[in-house]
Design a binder for this molecule. Structure first.
Ligand code: ADP
Ligand code: MG
Length: 449
């Protein structure tokens, strides 16, 4: 098997948090927390996940626009591997994280980046040809005529014309600017390109054009690419393999077709089900990802996805509908966080009473259940008695007792155990307790609506 162009191992980027607020101590935002993958020559690896999960931080840390906190990035780009800037007797490290300034300059010739916003990536006072040609100048090409010829040729290859050389960025549309950004990324003949949401800022009609250009160029130049997007449908179109990222970690990695046809991680499943279908009335599988990615300075324990997972494990002692179980845990977490507006609920109740309803305490406990989409009576008597006690405590404004009742009774292994990576095949891995026979208390996957 050929060697990878780039091997990322246990990459971490922890941002120091400034302790401005009253009694909050200074901590770390673990934006990237131990990410590993390989990219092979000519291959496009997709990195997908919701906004805030750490994708851009992976990109900037791996090309050292940010200093990684930990991990290694082994780069075997052709030109780099065949020459040495160090002494012949001393084996040169090809770990990007240890590169000095000079190594970095060479590395950046072989590894280029394209960003989401094409408008901010050009100096408005410079012609676009000049911007692209500058890369050649910086890397030692003194011949002005030659620089111009190379850039004109490249502008044509990305679908613009040689005459565009002397025009300024504001004269181009977003899509055209992204073409220029691509020309600039290609001008030093790199082996590897990181494209961070390259089409996310573009109109739908332009998106397809730029994606198809990227695919053509990638084949023509035999490029390896890390292609970042929050959009599963874009990923499906351009990537050979896909890494799914959640809160600083890769939760699933596999061939694109495998990921889409046989996703093993509930997060992947949820992302796929969120792809709009041609007919808006038919939802894919009805899995709804609620809320947003949690704050990386205070991540959930165990599996970081457990707070939103539709398959969150229900211990054997319960036999609740899975959706009810999910909502019960949401309720528990909200009470624990003290995030419930009892006054608002009371007002609702008062309004209903005006129309002639039940007794005050019953009304408020019932209103609480409605607010959290919980049934008025749970099927399981033990679970029901705990929920009833908790809602009664809330009706008495006793948050602490309610929180205690709920957290003692409703627990899930997903919040206790960090899931290990499991291999489904040579090329397919995931990290979910449901897929891990050794760790999972109940291996039969929970059924879902
Ligand atoms: P994505 O590209 O997937 O949207 P990012 O890599 O931009 O995610 O951000 C990941 C997390 O790191 C976010 O919670 C973000 O707020 C945090 N983050 C990014 N840059 C910084 C920074 N310079 N300082 C502190 N936190 C940051
Ligand atoms: Mg980003």
């Amino acid at each position: 098997m050929t060697d990878p162009i780039i091997s990322v191992r246990n990459l971490k980027k922890h941002y120091k948090m400034k302790g401005g607020a009253l009694n909050r101590s200074v901590g770390f935002a673990k934006a990237v927390d131990g990410v590993s993958f390989d990219i092979y020559p000519g291959e496009t690896l997709g990195l997908v996940g919701e906004s805030g999960c750490g994708k851009s931080t992976v990109a900037t840390s791996l090309v050292r626009l940010e200093e990684p906190t930990d991990g290694s990035v082994i780069f075997n780009g052709g030109e780099w591997a065949s020459t040495s800037s160090h002494s012949d007797t001393e084996p040169r490290s090809n770990d990007v994280t240890t590169f000095d300034k000079r190594d970095l300059k060479r590395f950046r010739r072989g590894a280029q980046m394209i960003f989401q916003d094409p408008s901010s990536s050009f100096d408005p006072r410079m012609t676009v040809g000049g911007s692209v040609a500058e890369m050649l100048l910086v890397h030692g090409m003194d011949d002005k005529q030659r620089r111009r010829a190379i850039v004109e040729d490249l502008l044509e290859r990305v679908g613009l014309s040689a005459e565009d050389y002397d025009r300024y960025p504001h004269e181009f549309s977003g899509g055209q600017k992204q073409r220029i950004a691509l020309a600039r990324a290609l001008v030093l003949n790199p082996d590897f390109i990181v494209a961070d949401e390259p089409v996310s800022a573009l109109d739908v009609s332009i998106k397809a054009e730029i994606l198809s250009l990227l695919k053509d160029i990638q084949e023509e130049f035999n490029l390896s690419m890390l292609f970042i997007s929050h959009d599963m449908s874009v990923i499906r179109e351009v990537c050979d393999r896909v890494a799914v990222m959640y809160l600083g970690e890769i939760v699933e990695l596999g061939q694109t077709e495998t990921i889409f046809n046989n996703p093993k991680h509930p997060y992947t499943e949820a992302l796929i089900s969120a792809i709009p279908t041609p007919d808006p009335r038919t939802s894919q599988k009805g899995i709804k990802l609620e809320g947003t990615v949690p704050d990386p300075s205070n991540p959930p324990s165990g599996c970081k996805f457990h707070t939103r997972c539709h398959r969150v494990i229900q211990p054997d002692r319960w036999d609740l509908d899975q959706q009810v179980w999910r909502r019960l845990l949401n309720f528990r977490d909200r009470i624990q966080a003290g995030a419930i507006e009892l006054d608002t609920l009371r007002e609702n109740v008062t309004r209903q009473e005006d129309k002639g309803a039940v007794s005050a305490d019953d009304a408020i406990t019932s209103e609480i259940r409605k607010e959290f989409n919980l049934p008025q009576k749970l099927d399981d008597p033990d679970a029901e008695s705990t929920l009833a006690e908790a809602t009664e405590a809330l009706a008495d404004d006793d948050f602490e007792r309610a929180a205690q009742q709920l957290t003692e009774t409703f627990t899930t292994p997903c919040e206790e155990t960090d899931p290990a990576e499991v291999s489904h095949s040579d090329t397919h891995t995931s990290a979910c307790l449901l897929n891990d026979e050794e760790q999972s208390p109940m291996n039969a996957a929970t059924t879902n609506d």
